[in-house]
Design a protein around this ligand. Structure first.
Ligand SMILES: [Zn+2]
Ligand SMILES: [Zn+2]
Length: 311
C-alpha cells in the first residue's frame, strides 16, 4: 500500500485528477497484493521429512538416562563420546547446563538412531530419530527429530481407543497428520510436544500393528478446506457428549468447526474428556464398526473438507 499522502496541487483544477490517479494506484496495489496472497494460499506445504517432537515434556525432567542395544556416539558440545551397548548414560542438569556421566556440556546430540530415553523410576520410551538435549530453566529439554510418518503412526497408536477398527484408525491418521503439520508452530524449541497440549506420542508401534497399517494406507493425505487450499488443524477428542462443538464460524482464516450429531455419544454417556471439537474418537470407532469408511467418517465430523495428498 502506498504510504505517502497524495501529492496535492495548490490549484483546485489539478486536484481532482491527482486524487483519482492516487485512488487507481491504491486500488491496483490492493488487487495485486490480494492476488499474491491467494496464490500463496493455493499452495499446500510439502510434507516435512521430519518433525521435531519435544518428548517426556510432562515430567519436566532434571535427570534422564539414555541407552541403546548397540554402541552409539554422542556429541557433547560437538565432542564425540562413545556409549557401550546397554550402558545407561545419566544426563543431569547442573548449574552451567547439563552433564552426561559427569562430563559437563551445554548440548547433547545423537544423530539418527534407535535409543531408549527414561525418566528414572517413572517410564522408558524407545525412539527412532535424531536426539538433542538442552537445558532451559533448570529442566532438560529432550527433542527427537523423527520421520513425520513415523510420528503420525506413534500418535495414532497412543491416541486411539483400544480395539478401534482400521477405518477409524485411518481417519485418526489423517486428522493427526493434518493437525501435526498445520500446528507446527505451537512451541519455540520444537514443532510439537508429546502431551495433550499437542498430541500424545509414545514409542513407535510395530510395523505390523493396525496403527502403522492405517498410517501407511493414508500416507501424505491431509484434510483441507477453502477449495483444498488450506490445511485443517484437525482437532479431535475422545468423546463429544452427543454433539460436537462449533468454533470459528466467521473467522475466514481458520477452518470453521461445525456442531455435528454423534449418535454413539447420545446413547453412551461418559463424562466428556475433551473440548468436543472435530472428530469424536468413540463415535468414529462406532461408525467404522457400522461399515463406514474413513472418508465417510471424516466427512461426518469435518463438513466441507476435502482430502488432499501433500507433495
Ligand atoms: Zn504442545
Ligand atoms: Zn461422540
Amino acid at each position: 500500500m502506498p504510504s505517502s499522502p497524495p501529492q496535492l496541487s495548490g490549484c483546485p483544477i489539478h486536484r481532482a485528477p491527482v486524487l483519482r490517479d492516487e485512488w487507481v494506484f491504491a486500488t491496483r496495489t490492493v488487487f495485486v497484493l490480494l492476488s499474491l496472497l491467494s496464490t500463496a494460499h493455493a499452495q499446500l506445504p510439502r510434507e516435512p521429512a521430519t518433525v521435531r517432537i519435544g518428548v517426556l515434556s510432562l515430567f519436566h525432567p532434571k535427570t534422564l538416562t539414555l541407552t541403546a542395544d548397540h554402541p552409539i556416539t554422542l556429541l557433547l558440545d560437538g565432542s564425540p563420546r562413545i556409549l557401550d551397548a546397554h550402558h545407561a548414560a545419566t544426563i543431569r542438569t547442573i548449574a552451567s547446563g547439563l552433564e552426561v556421566d559427569e562430563t559437563p556440556a551445554h548440548t547433547l546430540t545423537l544423530s539418527s538412531d534407535t535409543f531408549t530415553l527414561s525418566v528414572p523410576n517413572k517410564l522408558s520410551r524407545l525412539y527412532r530419530g535424531a536426539l538433542t538435549v538442552t537445558v532451559r530453566n533448570g529442566v532438560l529439554i529432550p527433542v527427537v527429530a523423527m520421520d513425520t510418518e513415523l510420528a503420525v503412526a506413534s500418535i495414532v497408536a497412543a491416541e486411539s481407543p483400544p480395539g478401534a477398527p482400521l477405518e477409524a484408525l485411518k481417519a485418526q491418521a489423517i486428522a493427526s497428520r493434518s493437525y501435526l503439520i498445520a500446528n507446527s508452530h505451537a512451541h519455540a524449541a520444537f514443532d510439537a510436544c508429546d502431551t495433550t497440549h499437542c498430541q500424545f506420542l509414545r514409542s513407535p508401534p510395530a510395523p505390523t500393528s493396525a496403527a502403522s497399517i492405517a498410517t501407511r494406507a493414508t500416507r501424505n493425505v491431509v484434510l483441507t478446506w477453502n477449495g483444498s487450499s488450506s490445511l485443517v488443524a484437525a482437532s479431535y477428542s475422545r468423546s463429544c457428549g452427543g454433539q460436537t462443538r462449533a468454533l470459528n464460524p466467521t473467522n475466514p482464516t481458520r477452518y470453521p468447526f461445525y456442531a455435528v450429531r454423534c449418535d454413539y455419544c447420545r446413547h453412551h454417556h461418559e463424562p466428556s474428556t475433551g473440548h468436543g471439537l472435530g472428530l469424536c474418537q468413540l463415535g468414529a470407532a462406532d461408525l467404522a464398526r457400522r461399515g463406514q469408511t474413513f472418508t465417510q467418517i471424516l466427512a461426518h465430523y469435518y463438513p466441507n473438507t476435502t482430502l488432499s495428498t501433500l507433495p
